[in-house]
Design a protein around this ligand. Structure first.
Ligand SMILES: [Zn+2]
Ligand SMILES: [Zn+2]
Length: 305
């Protein structure tokens, strides 16, 4: 059950020569999900050899330029390269207005449909669910309406334990029902509980994306216990006043949220362009939450193989 995260951009408002505005791509069971689409996202996708036509879902956290200014270019390239498959965009309704205007003025004719799913910014919402993957949005606290996203992959079907399979002569239909969680009724009417004869195929894997948010503990219930939490850390601790004023977070803020949410690992990013060295940023976050790593362009993080 593949669950890979690749960072395409780790910079905040302004890029540097080697850091790009926010964007990341998740490969979950060979499906690609793009999360934010700052400038240069399509260039980064090419650089790291992602097949852009395999992206069917794009999630835009909010409408500060460093999170969406790359989207119209990407949409146009997809069309030029012959895309016909519908593309789903999860965003503010205002992004549709922006894209519609750009497409109209530039006389772009997309060869495929865009299907928008407008985000709610006041409560968590299930955005998408398929066989094994569920994707939720949840509210963040920033200067304009902003959402985080939670990705959970779990193999819902169960395995039937071998001893039981060998003992009972199960029909195909009975096997199917047990695998999806039903109890088994024996020939003489005894009920055998599903949990006594099955085991989960694998543990669920989860990733939460908290981009552009000030320190706010109200996010904790949405992200508790995730395997990997991305939390922005625009500033170091000595700039906490600037962080409050701009409704961003510091290294210590991100680490405290990770601690309170009891996550397994924290990945920080959205670094201010003022920082040329990232090691001090990492050390500062690790002083509060030891299992912290840095978001680095082009690096892939393997939550599950
Ligand atoms: Zn930003
Ligand atoms: Zn922002």
């Amino acid at each position: 059950m593949k669950f890979h995260l690749t960072i395409l951009g780790s910079s905040s408002a302004t890029p540097t020569s080697d850091r790009y505005p926010s964007s990341q791509i998740l490969n979950i069971s060979d499906k690609l999900y793009l999360v934010d689409c700052g400038e240069a996202t399509q260039i980064q996708l090419r650089r790291y050899k992602f097949k852009i036509q395999k992206i069917n879902h794009i999630f835009i956290s909010h409408l500060h330029g460093d999170h969406y200014l790359g989207i119209t270019g990407l949409l146009s390239t997809m069309s030029i390269l012959g895309r016909t498959t519908t593309l789903h965009i999860y965003s503010s309704h205002l992004l549709k207005d922006i894209i519609d205007l750009q497409i109209k003025i530039s006389d772009i004719h997309l060869g495929y449909a865009l299907e928008y799913h407008f985000l709610k910014y006041d409560a968590s919402e299930l955005l998408l669910t398929d066989k094994n993957t569920s994707i939720y949005s949840f509210p963040l606290t920033h200067r304009i309406p902003t959402c985080g996203f939670l990705f959970i992959n779990s193999v819902k079907e169960k395995n039937i334990i071998r001893e039981f399979l060998q003992k009972e002569q199960l029909t195909f239909d009975e096997i199917k029902k047990i695998k999806v969680g039903e109890d088994y009724i024996t020939g003489d009417g005894r009920i055998i509980k599903n949990q006594d004869i099955t085991m989960a195929k694998s543990k669920p894997v989860s990733y939460a994306y908290c981009a552009d948010t000030m320190y706010d503990e109200s996010v904790v219930p949405y992200i508790t216990g995730v395997d990997l939490l991305y939390h922005e850390a625009t500033f170091m601790h000595n700039m906490s006043d600037a962080a409050r004023e701009k409704q961003h977070s510091t290294t210590i803020d991100a680490a405290n949220i990770a601690l309170k949410a009891n996550v397994k690992q924290l990945i920080i990013g959205h670094y201010s362009a003022r920082y040329t060295e990232l090691e001090p940023i990492l050390k500062e976050a690790q002083s509060v939450f030891a299992n912290t790593i840095l978001a680095i362009e082009g690096k892939t993080y393997y939550l599950s193989d």
